[in-house]
Write a protein that binds this ligand. Structure first.
Ligand code: SF4
Ligand code: SF4
Length: 204
């Protein structure tokens, strides 16, 4: 399920994400956690940069922190995993229409990138992950994951998606013996979405 709002954090200073990572370590230790989140939103002018109201900005920031906390918790186990898969969101393809030359295999179901556009995030992520031995899936939605995991015994998963979709991933992976790592979208909208390539490379 998509968020009820759209956001674009591509112009927010990189330090914002460092701050998110820092606060994730300390999550649960702050009595005034909500105040802290509001301070960050003010400090980085998130509402001005995104046009979000305060409650939507809080939902977004909370999701970023939850994902980062989960990444930290699972990092060691993930680094020790051997057989890994990458789940990319179809919305991050350069094109969402027939200009995208990916082949869709309904039996998986997943797109397979044909590398038609150099400036396509999915193309770059697909190449980098395959160089490192990952199986790569470009998914139309998180509900495809159980079928993939039933037929493949992956030990480590990297998932790229918006926070909302990541909750679906979390619910699915929660009951399985798989170490997950999340790379959140920094621009949502279900088309022409963006994730940070530096974060992606560090994660895989
Ligand atoms: S590079 Fe791959 S995912 Fe991107 S538009 Fe082309 S075929 Fe589609
Ligand atoms: S932004 Fe992308 S990952 Fe999130 S719900 Fe829309 S299509 Fe799925």
């Amino acid at each position: 399920m998509p968020y009820k709002f759209t956001f674009d954090l591509t112009k927010v200073p990189r330090f914002f994400f460092t701050e998110v990572a820092r606060i994730s370590y300390r999550k649960g230790m702050h009595r005034t956690f909500l105040n802290r989140l509001q301070n960050i939103i003010t400090k980085f002018r998130i509402q001005e940069a995104t046009g979000l109201n305060l409650s939507d900005a809080l939902v977004l920031l909370q999701d970023f922190i939850d994902l980062q906390a989960l990444n930290l918790m699972k990092r060691k186990e993930f680094l020790e995993s051997n057989k890994r898969a990458l789940f990319l969101p179809h919305c991050a393809r350069r094109y969402m229409d027939s200009r995208c030359k990916a082949n869709f295999d309904a039996s998986i179901p997943s797109y397979a990138c044909s590398h038609c556009s150099e400036d396509c995030l999915v193309n770059r992520a697909d190449c980098l992950a395959k160089e490192r031995g990952y199986d790569v899936y470009v998914l139309p939605g998180g509900s495809c994951i159980p079928k993939i995991l039933k037929t493949n015994r992956y030990e480590g998963i990297v998932g790229v998606a918006c926070g909302e979709e990541m909750r679906v991933y979390g619910e699915i992976l929660g009951g399985m013996d798989v170490a997950g790592q999340a790379v959140p979208l920094i621009k949502n909208g279900c088309a022409n979405t963006i994730f940070n390539m530096d974060t992606f490379v560090k994660t895989i």
